[in-house]
Write a protein that binds this ligand. Structure first.
Ligand SMILES: *Cc1c(COP(=O)(O)O)cnc(C)c1O
Length: 408
C-alpha cells in the first residue's frame, strides 16, 4: 500500500490507517486472529519469502498493527525528506508496551560488552531496564548529564564500547531537555547511534528524525492513544535495511507484539492527536503560570517558563511546550500528600497523556524503584508532584487547584 502524503497532521492521522481492509469498513477492522490462511503451499511459500511478512502469524504482524504503524510512520516523517530530497521513509514496529519496544531497541543494538549512554533524568522503567536487566546481560550503562557536551565527548573518548546514546526529551518528570541535534552531530562523528524517547513531546511537537536521530521511541500508551484506554509501544527507524534484518528479528523473537484491540484503540485515539495536543498545551501554559505565582509553591518545572534551565533548548526543538508539569510545595512531602488528597477534578493516577488531568507523586510511585539518593540527585525530590495536564476547561482546573492548595 502506497501511503499518500498529507499537508496536515489531523488529515494524516484521520486518513492513513483506513485502507487495511477489503470489506468497506469505515473504521479499521480489529483483526482478532493469531494466524492467516494460505490458498496453496506455493502462496504460503511466497508470503514467507516476500518482504511483507505481516499476513502469516500475528506475532510477526497483523493488518490492524500495520494500520497503526503506518500512521505513526507518517506522523514522525511528516514534512521531512531524506538526503536525496525524497519524502523520508520510516519503519515502525508496534509493541505491546513501551517497555517491550524499549527492550527491542536496546537488545537489537547492544550486546554483552557494549556500553549505553543516557541522560540521568529518565522514565523510571527505562532506568530500571538499563540497570537491572541490561546490566545482567553484560551491557553497561553510563548515566550522566548529557547536556554538558564537553563531558559527553570526554566520556565517548574514554569508553570505546559505546554503541548507543539514548535520550528522553523532555524527560519525565523533571522536564529536563537535551539538544537532540547537537548530540546527534557529536555521536555520529564517533560512529554512535542515537535513539530518542519522544513520548512526552509527541511527533506533533517534536520530530527527532529532523534533528538527526537514528531511532525514535514512543510509549504509545500516553499522548498517542490519548485516552488511557490501552498499552502500546512503538520503535521507529530510518535505516530500513537494519530495521528489517535486525530489529524485526529481535521484535519477533522476543515476542513483544501488540494485539489487535489495543492497536485499534490507538488508531482511534491518534485521530484527534493534533486538536488534543493544542488544548493540552494551552491548558498546561495556563496551569504553569497559575502555579508559578501561587505563594504555597516553591518551584515549578515546565519548559514554557523562562525560569526552566532548558527553556531555550525546548523552544528551539519543539513547536509548543509539552503539557507535563512537575512542582514542589513549600510544605514538602506532607503538604504534597494533603494537596493530592484534596483534588476533586484532577485524577489521582500514574501515567500521563490522557485527556483528563493526572496527578501523581513520583517518589512513591513511578520512581519508587530508584534509590532515594540517586533520584534526588536527578531532581526527583520527596515532595515533587507531577501533573499531566488534560483537556478539561481551564476554569475547572483552576478552581480545583485553588481549593486543594487552600487545604494544605
Ligand atoms: C510510560 C513511559 C514509558 C514506558 O511505556 P509503557 O507503555 O508504560 O511500557 C517509557 N518512556 C516514557 C517517557 C514513558 O512515559
Amino acid at each position: 500500500m502506497k501511503n499518500k502524503k498529507f499537508k496536515g497532521i489531523s488529515t494524516t492521522t484521520l486518513h492513513t490507517a483506513n485502507k487495511e481492509n477489503d470489506n468497506f469498513s469505515h473504521t479499521t477492522p480489529i483483526y482478532a486472529t493469531s494466524t492467516f490462511t494460505f490458498d496453496s503451499t506455493n502462496e504460503g511459500m511466497e508470503r514467507f519469502l516476500g518482504k511483507d511478512k505481516t499476513r502469516i502469524y500475528s506475532r510477526w504482524g497483523n493488518p490492524t498493527f500495520v494500520a497503526a504503524e503506518k500512521t505513526i510512520e507518517a506522523l514522525e516523517a511528516h514534512g521531512l525528506t531524506n538526503e536525496k530530497g525524497e519524502p523520508l521513509e520510516l519503519k515502525a514496529l508496534l509493541h505491546s508496551s513501551g517497555q517491550a519496544a524499549m527492550s527491542t531497541l536496546f537488545l537489537s543494538n547492544l550486546s554483552a560488552g557494549d556500553t549505553l549512554v543516557s541522560h540521568f533524568s529518565l522514565y523510571g522503567g527505562t532506568q530500571e531496564l538499563m540497570q537491572k536487566i541490561l546490566a545482567e546481560a553484560g551491557i553497561k550503562t553510563i548515566l550522566m548529564d548529557v547536556r554538558d557536551l564537553k563531558s559527553l565527548e570526554k566520556t565517548i573518548q574514554e569508553n570505546t564500547g559505546i554503541k548507543l546514546i539514548h535520550l528522553e526529551t523532555p524527560a519525565n518528570p523533571t522536564l529536563q531537555c537535551v539538544d537532540i541535534e547537537a548530540i546527534c552531530t557529536l555521536s555520529h562523528k564517533h560512529g554512535i547511534k542515537v535513539s530518542v524517547d519522544n513520548t512526552v513531546a509527541t511527533p506533533y511537537l517534536q520530530q527527532p528524525f529532523a534533528l538527526g536521530a537514528d531511532f525514535v521511541f514512543h510509549s504509545a500508551t500516553k499522548f498517542l492513544n490519548g485516552h488511557g484506554s490501552a498499552l502500546n509501544g512503538v520503535l521507529l527507524g530510518k535505516d530500513l535495511a537494519f530495521m528489517q534484518a535486525k530489529v524485526w528479528k529481535w521484535h519477533v523473537l522476543l515476542g513483544g507484539n501488540s494485539n489487535a484491540f489495543d492497536s485499534y484503540l490507538l488508531i482511534q485515539g491518534m485521530k484527534t492527536l493534533e486538536i488534543r495536543m493544542d488544548r493540552h498545551c494551552s491548558n498546561a501554559a495556563k496551569v504553569a503560570a497559575f502555579l508559578d505565582k501561587h505563594p504555597a509553591i516553591e518551584k515549578v518545572n515546565y519548559t514554557g517558563l523562562a525560569s526552566h534551565p532548558d527553556h531555550a533548548i525546548a523552544k528551539k526543538q519543539m513547536k509548543q511546550h509539552a503539557p507535563l508539569i512537575s512542582f514542589e510545595l513549600k510544605g514538602g512531602i506532607e503538604a504534597g500528600k494533603k494537596f493530592i488528597d484534596a483534588l476533586e477534578v484532577c485524577t489521582r493516577a500514574v501515567s500521563l497523556g490522557t485527556v483528563d488531568t493526572l496527578v501523581s507523586h513520583p517518589a512513591s510511585m513511578t520512581h519508587y524503584g530508584i534509590p532515594r539518593e540517586e533520584r534526588i540527585k536527578y531532581g526527583i525530590t520527596d515532595g515533587l508532584i507531577r501533573m499531566s495536564v488534560g483537556i478539561e476547561n481551564f476554569e475547572d482546573l483552576e478552581s480545583d487547584l485553588t481549593q486543594a492548595l487552600a487545604k494544605i
